[in-house]
Design a protein around this ligand. Structure first.
Ligand code: KG4
Ligand code: ZN
Length: 333
């Protein structure tokens, strides 16, 4: 199964056998081109995908030492994501499907992030009920999964996605982009108890909704009060911010497992590359006897392997029915 992922700023391809065995993976990141802008520029990343997708496909097949005839099916992310970026991947998948005479399967990017945690595990585990948590740059979703075909959203963000909160807060601290890894690095030298940032109580709606704009504003106020960004101050700020966000995410995810009596938590999305979050989740899940499935760090951020892996469990559709759905819900296959 070939997997194609172009929903945001990475042109990523993967080859997977039997939905589990990873044969090859290639990712071209547009980070260098985005640095001057400090964030994702949709127009630039879509052009980047057009430029790189064929080169990455050639790299991928060379890495796996196979020709196109060895590819049985093509899986592609069709949503959610940036429409122009998604369109490049979907058009490429359709073209390859036609040229090679192979079925094309549309994959939900958020579900693929969760599948990344199951790569290499027993595929039967997929049918068990679990709480799913997607924490990426564009999305925050807590869901109840009752098998691959049935997902129910429990909570989402009211404002910034978790990764977006890291990115925007890093910008306030004059750290680079993407902000998540930058904050994690700066936090290594800081004291997580230096500042107390409380996440506001969510009123109305779901108790599993998230809100991160308050904490971002609190960081801004601290910076304005301090007046300068010394290395020690930034380290303490990064460590305190990271610790508050991590505790909020851990408590909501574990709380959902306990309330729904589901002793299984599957987490996906770029933010789960964060070492502090991985450590705290393992600790707290362990305390409550929750089986925790995390993706390897390499498959936490956007990649083609997770798309190929999930695609192997889904059915292809007629090419004319496959289109991009930028606002695709986490519940939809
Ligand atoms: O899943 P992903 O690659 O793309 C989307 O689907 O959005 O996630 C990217 C996000 C970015 O916001 C980035 O700052 C965050 O994941 N991220 C991290 C870390 N590595 C990436 N956040 C916190 N700690 C990290 N180590
Ligand atoms: Zn993603």
């Amino acid at each position: 199964m070939l997997g194609i992922e172009t929903s945001c700023d990475e042109t990523a391809l993967g080859l997977v056998e039997d939905g589990r065995r990873i044969l090859a993976a290639c990712t071209a990141s547009s980070l260098q081109r985005l640095r001057p802008y400090g964030g994702v520029v949709p127009e630039i990343v879509s052009r980047f995908h057009v430029e790189l997708i064929t080169r990455e496909l050639e790299n991928l097949l060379a890495q796996a030492k196979i020709g196109p005839s060895a590819v049985d099916q093509i899986a592609v992310t069709y949503g959610p994501g940036l429409s122009g970026s998604l369109a490049v991947g979907v058009a490429a998948a359709k073209a390859l499907g036609l040229a090679w005479g192979k079925p094309v399967i549309g994959v939900n990017h958020l579900q693929a992030h969760l599948y990344a945690a199951l790569l290499g595990r027993d595929p039967m585990a997929l049918t068990e009920p679990a709480i799913g948590l997607v924490i990426s740059g564009g999305h925050t979703a807590l869901i109840l999964m009752e098998g691959t075909k049935r997902c129910r959203a429990l909570g989402q963000t009211r404002d910034d996605a978790v990764g977006e909160a890291f990115d925007k807060t890093a910008k306030l601290m004059s750290l680079g982009f993407p902000g998540g890894p930058e904050i994690e690095r700066a936090a290594l030298r800081g004291d997580p108890r230096a500042f107390r940032f409380t996440v506001p109580k969510i009123r109305g709606g779901s108790p599993y909704d998230f809100s991160f704009s308050g904490i971002k504003t609190a960081v801004l106020h601290k910076i304005q009060k301090e007046g300068s960004l010394s290395a020690g101050f930034v380290a303490d700020l990064a460590a305190s911010f990271q610790s508050s966000v991590v505790e909020e995410v851990v408590m909501k995810a574990v709380g959902a497992c306990r309330e729904h009596r589901v002793p299984r938590l599957v987490v996906g999305g770029g933010v789960i590359a964060n070492g502090r979050l991985r450590g705290r989740l393992a600790e707290v899940a362990g305390d409550f006897g929750i089986d925790l499935a995390l993706p390897e760090v390499a498959w936490s951020t956007d990649n083609g392997v997770m798309v190929a892996g999930l695609g192997a469990h889904l059915k292809g559709q007629p090419l004319s029915r496959l289109t991009v759905v930028p606002d695709l819900s986490v519940e939809m296959n």
